[in-house]
Design a protein around this ligand. Sequence first.
Ligand code: FE
Length: 283
Amino acid sequence: MALRLAYCGLGLSDVDAWSRFGIGALGMMADDRGDLRRLRIDDRAWRFALHPGSEDDIRYAGFECEDLAELASRRDTLVAAGIICTDLEEAERAERQIEAGFRLCDPDGLRIELVVGHEAAAAQFHSDLTQGFCTGDQGLGHIVLTIVDLDRGIQFYEKLGFALSDFITVPMGPASLRIAFMHCNARHHSLAIAALPGGKRLNHIMVEVEQVDEVLLGHRRCVEQGYTTGGIGRHPNDQMLSFYVQTPAGFDVEYGWGGREIHGEWDVAEYDHISIWGHERAA
Ligand code: FE
């Protein structure tokens, strides 16, 4: 039984700017539903919903199960652990374009949805900027969230169906920053949590392109279009070659290639650095 990150809802003070960034810099594709602006990166109806809002942060994340039986069994497990689960109403299911699902809150109040039957798009994915993103069984990518209490966060996401991948601990001022990386399918991590600075729940969203050249081309586009863009680098744990770019909402997107996969036996490792090389911060 695996979960997949199916979609993210973002509350944005400038929907137009974020849409322009997603399409023109990252190679995403527009697929609006009524008044709701949405972006695609593959054959799914949508992956990112751009809700007008003042928070400039994540509003909800949807994780997809295989079928209704798995959805029901996960719900039973969560309810037995004392977590309140509420079925999504018909209007919510229609907006999300899913068959069924329920919502719950993570320990810091972020709305998480477990769903099945996320619809495919009517038209093929097309972008002039990319040949495609790695999604499928690994979901849309990963999200990195700020959490107040790391151990409480790990416990919650383990109940949801995640397992630890590894930790990175680095000095931060007089203290240290400890990041927990967690997987729910073969992708090295679909989620990472830490007590990160920045004041937002969402630190970054990672999307993975299929061609290594497209990391370099994406980097060039982000720089040319004037976005605050860090250097290309490689992480020690998921071995992703990537760069970070600040989105118009203040949180980052990581644009990567070549992420490691987890299959079978896995030892939870400890790392003391975030990058093997590169990832220089934007000036
Ligand atoms: Fe990342």
